[in-house]
Ligand binder design. Structure first.
Ligand code: F6R
Length: 579
């Protein structure tokens, strides 16, 4: 759940590494560090965000180097635990993303052989193991070291006196960018795009030797070819483009992203991937899980195909009896729990399909087939445009399984999203920012919409928020209602309208102020609530999108008003590669 970057070429490495790490900060941002190749190796590492210390780091010399931005797993965030880590002699340096599961045993053995450890990290064992095998050839040392490691890793290593970077991958992403007379290595394409669009993705078990002249890849000790691909994300997409935060930019990119996804994933293509399943199982985490829940409601209601939805983190250990199609939804394509769940499903002979936004991500190697969302890079930690693009694909799937009843509708989804982007939410933000706790309620597919609204609110504003199926809130949570606990109710004129109005009245009677999202012109709803946010009159599928976007904006503006770091909320990372 960290980000790593490497550079070898003719330019000064440090500024390139720092710039690259800034692009990867969404993967972790509690500390960072770089090592550049001089003789000896020069290192700068620090607790805190890169932007606060970039000046000092950029002064390191050398045209080859490696860097790391950390999301702590083993050992608190501090200067010592920050990567890179060095061996006892200081001749070797390593950065690592992943978890070395047998590190405790390895560390005990290494210490008994006289190695001195400085950090509490699992990573440090790698560099001491390399030290034992190193006889002037870092590639050979890496080949000899890897069989001792259990767990996941993307590793970049340097040795003083050898102008090369040795990279290794096992269950953590690693991409190599090919420039002109220079090479890059990184956890994903975002730091590389500024320099080149040509990339190759390492496979599990690959070791790469990056030199000034070439990159050579080995698998099982033998040289292998990996295809160079052209990446269709642009560097411009990775900038804030005048917005104060990536999250706001990405919220505003949703009309385009939704349209691109709908166009890129027409029903006929999806139909060939999903066939006519007798049963569909979805596995996912967090927001992706909420997308899966919306899909389940729509699929069962529109197509009468049974669907089950499982937390990926539960599925691996408590797999239900599954057959047919298993869909893993993961924007990053790297979520450890979702990867494990798909592997588990494959072991039950299910046909597995991944929905992801990241070309070359691990999930595309795990699943039998992959649908790419084409939402463009999402840098803000909170999922926004990747979420609506997941819905674009899932709604298209419903389209093809429902004999295309809602086909053309989705081609106009972007217009509905555009309409709500400029909503004035100031009064609602004012109410939310003072709240001790916020409840989000809805029924049917608007229940997962409320779960997603609550997740967005809590993760970036740090206000406690809960999503509830509106009928459930009286079974306990009513005890918490008060004037300090606003309720956001999503109330559309469907079969649940009447009962929703009753629920809203019940909540108001217990003192909670109610902000309602409903369709414009709904005077009955307007009359009973404290605040009404009107949404355009559209089809149910598009009501889901518009209400979601309003809830994203509500969370965003509330968090900004409270002075939160919305793009990098505390304790979180965008890509969760640990179970
Ligand atoms: C919330 C959020 C997370 C992710 C979750 C799964 O805004 O982004 O809840 O949805 O960590 O991530 P992916 O989709 O990459 O598997």
């Amino acid at each position: 759940m960290c980000g790593i970057v490497g550079y070898i070429g003719k330019r000064k490495a440090a500024p390139i590494l720092i710039q690259g790490l800034k692009k990867l900060e969404y993967r972790g941002y509690d500390s960072f560090g770089i090592a550049t190749l001089g003789n000896p190796i020069e290192i700068y590492k620090h607790e805190g965000k890169i932007s606060e210390h970039a000046g000092s780091a950029s002064t390191l010399n050398g045209t080859t180097g490696i860097g790391h931005t950390r999301w702590a797993t083993h050992g608190v965030p501090n200067d010592t635990n920050a990567h890179p880590h060095t061996d006892c002699s200081g001749r070797l340096a390593v950065v690592h993303n992943g978890i070395i599961e047998n590190y405790a045993e390895l560390k005990r053995q290494l210490m008994s052989r006289g190695h001195k450890f400085r950090s509490e990290t699992d990573t440090e064992v790698i560099v001491h193991l390399l030290e034992e095998k190193y006889q002037g050839d870092l590639l050979a040392a890496m080949h000899a070291t890897l069989p001792q490691l259990q767990g996941s890793y993307a590793i970049l290593a340097l040795a003083a006196g050898e102008n090369r970077i040795i990279a290794a991958r096992q269950a953590s992403p690693l991409v190599i960018g090919r420039g002109d007379g220079e090479f890059f290595a990184a956890s994903d394409m975002t730091p590389v795009l500024e320099h080149t669009e040509r990339a190759l993705f390492l496979e599990d078990g690959d070791v790469a030797d990056l030199s000034l002249q070439n990159v050579t890849i080995y698998h099982g000790g033998q040289p292998v070819e990996r295809k160079t691909e052209l990446i269709d994300w642009s560097f411009e997409d990775t900038k804030k483009g005048g917005f104060p935060h990536y999250m706001l930019k990405e919220i505003y990119e949703q009309p385009q992203a939704f349209y691109n996804t709908v166009k890129a994933c027409p029903p006929e293509i999806l139909a060939s991937m999903i066939k006519k399943p007798s049963q569909v199982t979805l596995v996912a985490c967090g927001s992706s899980y909420h997308a899966g829940m919306i899909f389940r409601y729509l699929l069962e209601e529109t197509c009468k195909v049974p669907a089950r939805l499982e937390f990926a983190s539960e599925f691996k250990y408590f797999p239900p009896p599954v057959n047919g199609l298993v869909i893993g939804i993961t924007q990053s394509g790297e979520t450890a729990d979702t990867l494990s769940a798909l592997k588990q499903a494959k072991s039950h002979n299910c046909w597995t399909l991944a929905i992801t936004n990241v070309l070359g991500s691990t999930v595309s190697r795990v699943a039998d087939d992959t649908v790419y969302m084409r939402a463009g890079p999402e840098i803000g930690v909170a999922a926004t445009k990747s979420f609506t693009s997941q819905l674009a694909i899932l709604m298209q799937m419903v389209t093809c399984l429902s004999d295309r009843k809602v086909c053309d509708l989705l081609l106009h989804g972007h217009r509905a999203i555009e309409e709500v982007l400029l909503k004035d939410l100031a009064p609602a933000v004012d109410l939310c920012r003072k709240a001790s706790s916020i409840f989000f309620v809805g029924r049917g597919p608007f229940y997962p919409v409320s779960l997603e609204g609550a997740l967005k609110m809590k993760e970036i504003s740090y206000i406690h928020a809960e999503g509830y199926a509106a009928g459930e809130i009286k079974h306990g949570p009513f005890a918490l209602l008060s004037p300090e606990t606003p309720v956001i109710a999503i109330c559309m004129p469907d079969e649940t309208y009447g009962v929703m109005l009753s629920n809203i009245k019940e909540m108001k009677a217990r003192g909670a102020p109610v902000i309602a999202l409903g369709l414009e012109g709904d005077s009955e709803l307007t009359d009973i609530v404290d605040m009404f946010i009107p949404l355009p009159k559209t089809h149910k599928f598009l009501q889901i999108l518009t209400s979601l976007v309003v809830l994203q904006l509500l969370a965003y503006h509330t968090a900004v008003t409270l002075g939160r770091d919305v793009d990098k909320p505390r304790n979180l990372a965008k890509s969760v590669t640990v179970e």
